[in-house]
Each structure stands twice: as C-alpha cells, then as structure tokens.
Design a protein around this ligand. Structure first.
Ligand code: UD1
Length: 340
C-alpha cells in the first residue's frame, strides 16, 4: 500500500493518526527527532495495530537529514506534517527557536517534495489562526487575526507558504485547523505525554487526579459565558486522527476543489472548562482538587467550530462525546501509572 510520511509521528496527534492510517492499510514512515516523544510509542502503535510502522529518528529541520530521508524513501506519496514545537509560552520567550524549527521543517520537506515530484501535503494547523472570534461558530471564511504567539504565527505562516506553493501547482495541500484535541486511544497505549508541567487543561486535570500535581487552577470564572469559565471545542484525538486519513485520501484521489484547502476540525460544540471538570469527575469517579485562579493572559474567551465544510467536503464528522474524551484521557493516565 501507498507509503505516507508522518513527520512527528511519535507525538500525540501523529501517533493516533499513524494508527488510523495503518488500520486503513497504508504503509507509514514516521520521521521524528523524539525531542518531545519517545521511541516506545512505535512499540505501542505496533501493539494496537499489529503492524510496526517504519521509523527514522531524524531531525527534519536539518536540510541534509531531510534530503537523505527522501532519498532513502523515493516511494513516499504523501506527507502529513506534525513535526513542530508547540509550547505557546516558550515560543514567546524563544521566538527564533520556534520560527527556525517549525519553518525549516516545512521548507525542507516541501523542497524535497518538489525535487521528487511528490504533491500531497497535509498540514497540522490550528484554530489559533482565528484569534478571538467576532462570530460563533467560526467558519473557514472568518478573517484571520494577528497571532498572539510566535507558535501561532508559525501555523499562520505555514498556511501562507502552502497557499503560495499551491498557486504555482508545486503542491496540493490541505491544512486542518484543529480546535482542542484531548483524550487518548481507547487502548490506553498511546496518549498525550507532556514533558514537565502541562500547559493544557486535560493533561493537567488527569495529572492532578492521579496525584502528580497537587491542584488544578481554573484560569478565571468571571468571563462572559454561562458559568464564567472559558469555552472551547474539545475534540477526541481519535476523531481528529481520522480527519487526516480522509484529508490525505482526498489528495491522493485528486478530489480537492483547490490546490490548497483549509478545514476546521472540531465537533461544532463548545464546552466550558467547568463542564470538562464535571465530565471528568463523572467518568473517573475522582473528585478533582481545583481552585478558581486569575485569568491566564492571552486566553480566548470562547471559540467553537463551524464544521459544515469538513462534514460536507471531507465526509468526516466527529463522533465522540465529551464523556468519551475524559474517560479515555483518564484511562491513559491510569495505564501510564501501571506501566511505570
Ligand atoms: C492552547 C493553545 C493552542 C493550541 C492548544 C493545543 C494558547 C493561547 N493556545 O489552546 O494554540 O493549539 O492549546 O491544545 O495557548 N485552563 C485552566 N487551567 C489549566 C489549563 C488550562 O483553567 O491548568 C483553561 C484555559 O484557561 C482555557 C482552557 O482551559 O480556558 C483550555 O486551555 P488549553 O488546554 O491550554 O488550550 P487553549 O488555550 O485553548
């Protein structure tokens, strides 16, 4: 079956996408420098699917390594790009590290694709490109706002690079703008493994519940929302992973309506931080230790996706509920503890 290069395939979303691709019969080549992941993930993917993905530990921001990778695998037919630094706060303090890494990877991959005549490229993008929405739900037509962080800016810039390359028919690309992926594979074998103190809500919740963190801070309960806490479109990572399979198949089958397309990938429903906590407590049976803290700087008040376009054009729809997400996130945290 066709060989797909998954950059950052040992990471959170990359590993779940690899599982879905393998289960559809694709040959997956993971390229990952393991800067924020571990080689064990490859074993876990094999355990889940019964198939071991090809794996190369290389740094795609290095031009030579990228070129050699493509030379070793001239039969790659599509690339799904997850390889990027993603800590928003760190990107503010270390902007060059983020611009350098996240953009070099894209330059190196696209240059090699052009050299070898490989056209199909799926990019991991983010709803962060919308900033604070003027209207909800937010559709792909909504204007993009200046990025609040260098991390967010790299997502925007990569979309612009893809649009320019697509105009010259150098690439056929799809950018998937994710909302807030949470949860884990139901096997509990792969999931989100943040290094150090988690920045994001769900891993902070599960780590608090299991005793790694003492207390969750809820960043603000005085927002203009029904319960005062921020609202996000949380999406199960397995649903998100499946959207990559349909996106890459759209490219492989030449079904795209334009050489560069963007799609929102969310559920279309907004849930508040407090609703996530309540769902977690219900599904885990654990009473969470949390307190209301001050607002976190730069937080968007509320955002959820208009998924009309992805539902219609990709024929994809998120299936899993918030309870599924919190249940699977907890299962992953429990299994992680068992393995230690
Ligand atoms: C963040 C990133 C976004 C990225 C996404 C990945 C920013 C501005 N955006 O989104 O670019 O794609 O992560 O999942 O950082 N919260 C708490 N306590 C916590 C942690 C979070 O109350 O300990 C609240 C936040 O204030 C927010 C909500 O939970 O209201 C979600 O936060 P988070 O999981 O960090 O995601 P985003 O900020 O939406």
């Amino acid at each position: 079956m066709a060989k797909i290069l998954v950059t950052g395939g040992a990471g959170y979303i990359g590993s779940h996408t690899t599982v879905e691709l393998i289960s559809k019969g694709y040959t997956v080549l993971i390229a990952d420098n393991l800067s924020n992941s571990s080689a064990d993930v490859v074993d876990s993917i094999e355990k889940i699917t019964g198939v071991r993905p090809l794996f190369e530990q290389i740094d795609l921001s290095d031009k030579t390594q990228a070129t050699q990778l493509f030379d070793r695998h001239p039969d790659i037919v599509a690339v799904i790009n997850f390889a990027a630094y993603k800590a928003v706060g760190e990107s503010v303090s270390e902007p060059l590290k983020y611009y350098n890494n996240n953009l070099s990877i894209v330059f190196n991959v696209l240059s090699n694709m052009e050299r070898l005549g490989i056209k199909n490229f799926v990019q991991s993008s983010s709803c962060t490109v919308y900033g604070e929405p003027d209207t909800l739900p937010i559709s792909e037509q909504s204007p993009l706002k200046p990025a609040v962080s260098p991390y967010g800016n790299t997502k925007k810039i990569v979309e612009e690079i893809l649009a320019d390359c697509a105009k010259q028919d150098k690439v056929h690309a799809i950018a998937l703008r994710y909302f807030n992926p949470i949860g884990a594979h139901p096997s509990g074998l792969i999931g989100e493994l943040p290094r150090g103190v988690p920045n994001n809500l769900m891993p902070f919740i599960t780590q608090t519940a299991i005793g790694i963190r003492q207390q969750l801070s809820v960043f603000g309960n005085d927002y203009d929302t029904p319960d005062g806490t921020c609202i996000r479109d949380f999406i199960h990572v397995v649903d998100l992973a499946k959207s990559h399979v349909v996106a890459v198949e759209r490219l492989l089958n030449g079904k795209g309506k334009a050489a560069f397309e963007v799609f929102n990938i969310g559920t279309g429903n907004g849930f508040s931080v407090m609703e996530v906590i309540k769902s977690f407590e219900k599904m885990s049976g654990v009473k969470l230790n949390y307190r209301i803290a001050g607002r976190r700087e730069g937080d968007i008040v509320k955002i959820w996706a208009d998924t009309t376009l992805s539902n219609k054009e990709l024929g994809w729809k998120a299936q899993q509920t918030l309870d599924d997400m919190t249940r699977d996130a907890w299962n992953w945290e429990l299994k992680l503890k068992e393995r230690k």
